[in-house]
Design a protein around this ligand. Sequence first.
Ligand code: PRX
Length: 501
Amino acid sequence: MVFGGFAAASLAARIDDAKPALMVTADGGSRMGKPILYKSLVDESLRIAEHPPKHVLIFRRGLDPQMPVTAGRDVDWKEMSQQHAGAQVPCTWLESSEPSYILYTSGTTGKPKGVQRDVGGHAVAMAASMRHIFCGHPGETMFTTSDIGWVVGHSYIIYGPLIAGMTSILYEGVPVRPDPGVWWKIVQDHKVSVMFSAPTAVRVLKKSDPAWLKKYDLSSLRHLFLAGEPLDEPTHQWISEGLGKPVIDHYWQTETGWPVLSAMPGVEKTPIKFGSPSFPVYGYDLKLLRESDASEAGDDEKAVVVIEPPLPPGCMTTIWGDDERFVKTYFSTFSKKQVYTTFDWGIRDRDGYYFILGRTDDVINVAGHRLGTREIEEAVNMHPAIAECAVVGVADPLKGQLPMAFAVVRDAALVADPAARMKLEGEIMKTVDQQLGAIGRPGRVFFVTLLPKTRSGKVLRRSIAALAEGRDPGDLTTIEDPASLEQIRNALSSTQTKGNP
Ligand code: PRX
């Protein structure tokens, strides 16, 4: 499954890595009432891909009446189902360790990783978490407002509720259309007992009248679960008070497939601390290790969140087609200890509550979507005018983080005046849209003539991000040319006119 917001080039990269036997797509999807032509995107990606599948199975929703069809390759879902109506298909019994699915996620390199999950462990994790964490019971209804192309959708729109014998609601759209009450009307009309969303959606709702939260009968709803990015205290408080229901912040990753840190109301009702996803979930031997020497951090000390192997059932078993990369990526952070690193900073307070403080690597979180800044950099670099660039995540009140690009142009004449800069900025944004998808589009592109780097040539992304957020750039003893930082400062404070927002 691939997120529908990716551009053809990103989809092609995933196709070439997964080498699927068949692709399944709808003719289109709908966003804010506007059709998005998925089939055309698939066609384009198959033109670029080196390993296109033999067939594409298409479900026509009537969103693309002019949909192009490739004879011999494209197969129509409805025709197929008529041909095979009434067919008996026996179950195929698999070893519990067989792969069940691959889901791509971003990391430090530009090449996305195919997170591979097993069959048995995954089912166990889903069944157990539905009962002990989400408190979902057979016959009830779950409403997860994610996209099935992301892990939250995989686990808690599809597998989790269905394994638990629940009805699952798939929602296509945004939280404020036709009005900011639409989700709560769904809860009322379908008697939803478990709801799962993302902090970014709540921050969007927070801009409208809180009376919307009270308009519908929410008596069926037990909890609202939020995950995917840090849940700030004011947002947590606003939604808890507005709904009058427990709102549970929980923390996990594509790699783990189910919660790592969470309150577990199905086991014990522990008090919620705003800003904290509570405690390690059973099955996870969670530790906070000091970056310097892998020793265990004390209370209130910022350290790397790691999991002592073995990982519990349901967590990734390897990277699709690359066991070595799996070990190298996730188990080699510390030379002294072979532990799984989450790539997140965390802290534990005296009461045992954990707080997540952001990533240790170059991954950013834009409106709950996980993106690698390297992937965005590669997309920016596709523009012929750009020699090199650095992309960093900068705090954003609505989206959590927003990518900002700092680009070195090949020819300074191209950015000589504000009009030229604005034109190039717009072009670069378009290039990112085409290469990666609009979700990766930088909020701004700033032009500089050199990037801050260490003497060994590593771009100082953390320092750039700190400057962009108005913080101290940190330890600069290894910087090659301090003038480069000055350029970043100037670019940020200059009146470089804004391109496409
Ligand atoms: O940095 C953490 C952040 O999102 C990352 C995982 O994103 P993804 O693979 O898309 O999986 C999302 C599954 C919910 C983490 O490494 N993150 C996720 N949940 C939280 C969070 N950061 C803070 N608080 C959370 N509750």
